[in-house]
Design a protein around this ligand. Structure first.
Ligand SMILES: Nc1ncnc2c1ncn2[C@@H]1O[C@H](COP(=O)(O)OP(=O)(O)OP(=O)(O)O)[C@@H](O)[C@H]1O
Ligand SMILES: O=C(O)c1ccc[n+]([C@@H]2O[C@H](COP(=O)([O-])O)[C@@H](O)[C@H]2O)c1
Length: 214
């Protein structure tokens, strides 16, 4: 079965942690497509000081020389808070039930999943692929533990079924965060080597992240 993966984020800004994770997942899990999906108006965090278009432009620059990764702009075309369930519903309607869709995230995102809009629908629309992040533990009880017990699947299910599995992947993640990059720039230090040079050029040209609240 054709298998499409989405990796959603605020990407404020995109960095090598995101890009490595997306590329490794695509190569190791054999997805036919890996799409990076910038959110328009993130549902569970303050609206970024940097516009959605600027976050999209930085992502486009980062992906320019990497045909393995694609930019999916669908969330930027929707107004109101960006809910993943709406995105997956639209994609499912577009692709039908014979295509596998996987929504990829870090473990920190999985732990917050019960707070997402209509979160129990997500696993019906797509697989969830969760990459463990250093320093984070899987919960032993509560809604996430129950979701894991009911839906934990292995890598093969990603190619055999259209949706419905929660797959955990252990992957070495680069210890980089967008928060750290923003705060380095705000304190006049360089984030060089944490993100693509072209993205850094864009940040400098547009004077982004000069103040802490961007
Ligand atoms: N270093 C990293 N390596 C791999 N995945 C990451 C990394 N940092 C964040 N992610 C994952 O990328 C997705 C989008 O994250 P996001 O855009 O919020 O980046 P972030 O660096 O965590 O940003 P911030 O520091 O602003 O919270 C989430 O699923 C998150 O778990
Ligand atoms: O749908 C929701 O309610 C929801 C709540 C929080 C996060 N998400 C999605 O999770 C992905 C990572 O989000 P973030 O805020 O960590 O960049 C991104 O695609 C968001 O749209 C989605």
């Amino acid at each position: 079965m054709r298998a499409i993966a989405l990796f959603g984020g605020t990407f404020n800004p995109v960095h090598f942690g995101h890009l490595r994770m997306a590329l490794e997942l695509k190569e190791t899990l054999g997805f036919d497509e890996m799409r990076l999906l910038p959110s328009h108006q993130p549902a569970h965090r303050a609206q970024p000081g940097v516009t959605a278009n600027a976050r999209r432009d930085m992502l486009a620059l980062a992906l320019e020389h990497c045909p393995a990764l694609q930019l999916d702009e669908r969330e930027l075309q929707r107004q109101g808070p960006t809910y993943t369930v709406d995105t997956l519903q639209a994609l499912r309607a577009e692709l039908g039930n014979q295509v596998s869709i996987s929504f990829c995230m870090g473990l920190d995102s999985l732990l917050g999943l019960p707070g997402w809009h209509r979160w129990q629908q997500l696993i019906r629309l797509a697989h969830l692929v969760v990459v463990t992040r250093p320093g984070w533990q899987l919960p032993e009880q509560g809604p996430v533990a129950e979701l894991l017990a009911a839906h934990r699947g292995d890598v093969d299910t990603l190619k055999q079924q259209a949706a419905g599995s929660l797959v955990l992947r252990e992957q070495t993640l680069l210890p980089i965060s967008a928060t750290e990059i923003r705060s380095l720039i705000a304190s006049n230090r360089s984030p060089r080597y944490l993100l693509p040079e072209r993205v850094l050029d864009y940040i400098q040209t547009h004077q982004l992240y000069k103040s802490e609240n961007q």
